[in-house]
Write a protein that binds this ligand. Structure first.
Ligand SMILES: C[S@@+](CC[C@H](N)C(=O)[O-])C[C@H]1O[C@@H](n2cnc3c(N)ncnc32)[C@H](O)[C@@H]1O
Length: 297
């Protein structure tokens, strides 16, 4: 497969952020996450934390690759509703994402009363190098669609598990093994660029099992409207294509044949459904994997 001249989104955090937000808008990503946060999170995670730790605990949270913070900050607010105070350490390497996270926190100060946000511009591997052998312990750690970017996802899971307090919870969200994302990445292995290591839930499941760590899973259906990817001259469509393929300007850098092959595959029944009204919906299903570290006897 052709690989020359294709630049991964991971080498251009600003472009990553721009294409990610085009994709997020068309997947109603934040709305789906918000509903998940309101309906599923409290019962899968909030309740378990509340049943494990006393209400006066100062809950330490760690967010890995929290992006512009919509999901992570609402999880922090949901946890805060059950505990006296929350400290939320956020690792996010993209400056623009972090800037948006900061503005979000500023704009909703009253919603976040009692939550201390500690926003750090770094990735998970840099964090590990910075904190060395004595990392802080956390009651709740989340990695929502970000483990793809860790150098070694299995070792990162082992590390994050070690960072949990006894009774603490690790939440990992990645694309499901039936998602269009996974099918696309698996078919076009070129997009595995040496920075991102494409994963689906199968990899998380296998890694946890081989580490001997017990977990639960919960699947969330989600679709991205990719109709604009098939409309000539649509800027939004091109940005979505770039996010799905994780490539900067796929149209301008791939051969016309490769570009066509990738876009046709995105719209094929392997990855998407075509609706009667002409819209094309990419399968964006994801799974939440939840680990609770046992309390020692
Ligand atoms: C798909 S976005 C998800 C953002 C957010 N968690 C959400 O679900 O809305 C992935 C995020 O991971 C960040 N990221 C990239 N490399 C990373 C790394 N090495 N460690 C942690 N996060 C990383 C990206 O900048 C991006 O904000």
């Amino acid at each position: 497969m052709e690989t020359a001249d294709l630049k991964s989104l991971m080498h251009d955090p600003d472009y990553y952020t721009k294409s990610f937000h085009a994709y997020a808008k068309n997947s109603k990503k934040f709305a789906v996450l918000e509903r998940w946060g309101e309906n599923t999170f409290p019962q899968l995670i909030g309740e378990r934390l509340a049943n494990t730790f006393p209400q006066e605990t100062n809950i330490n949270m760690l967010g890995i690759g929290s992006g512009s913070g919509e999901m992570d900050s609402s999880m922090a607010a949901s946890v805060k509703a059950r505990f006296e105070s929350v400290r939320n350490v956020v690792l996010e390497p993209a400056a623009k994402q972090l800037e948006m996270y900061r503005s979000l926190v500023e704009s909703k100060k009253t919603d976040f009363e009692g939550i201390e946000f500690d926003l750090r511009q770094c990735g998970i591997d840099e964090y590990r190098a910075q904190v060395g052998d004595q990392p802080s312990k956390y009651h709740f750690i989340s990695a929502i669609h970000s483990l793809y970017y860790a150098k070694d996802h299995k070792d990162t899971i082992r590390y994050l598990y070690d960072c949990l307090e006894e009774g603490g919870i690790l939440l990992i969200i990645v694309v499901s093994d039936v998602s269009g994302f996974w099918r696309l990445w698996d078919r076009f292995t070129r997009f595995q660029d040496g920075v991102s290591r494409y994963l689906c839930t199968t990899h998380i499941r296998d890694s946890l099992s081989s580490l001997g760590i017990k977990f639960d899973e919960s699947r969330q259906a989600s679709r991205v409207d990719i109709t604009s990817c098939f409309q000539e001259g649509s800027d939004d469509g091109e940005l979505i294509i770039d996010f799905l393929s994780h490539t900067v300007d796929l149209r301008g850098s791939a051969s016309p044949e490769l570009y066509r092959e990738v876009v046709d595959y995105m719209g094929s029944e392997k990855c998407a459904e075509r609706k009667e009204d002409g819209s094309i919906l990419f399968n964006n299903d994801w799974d939440a994997t939840i680990v609770q570290k046992p309390l020692s006897k």
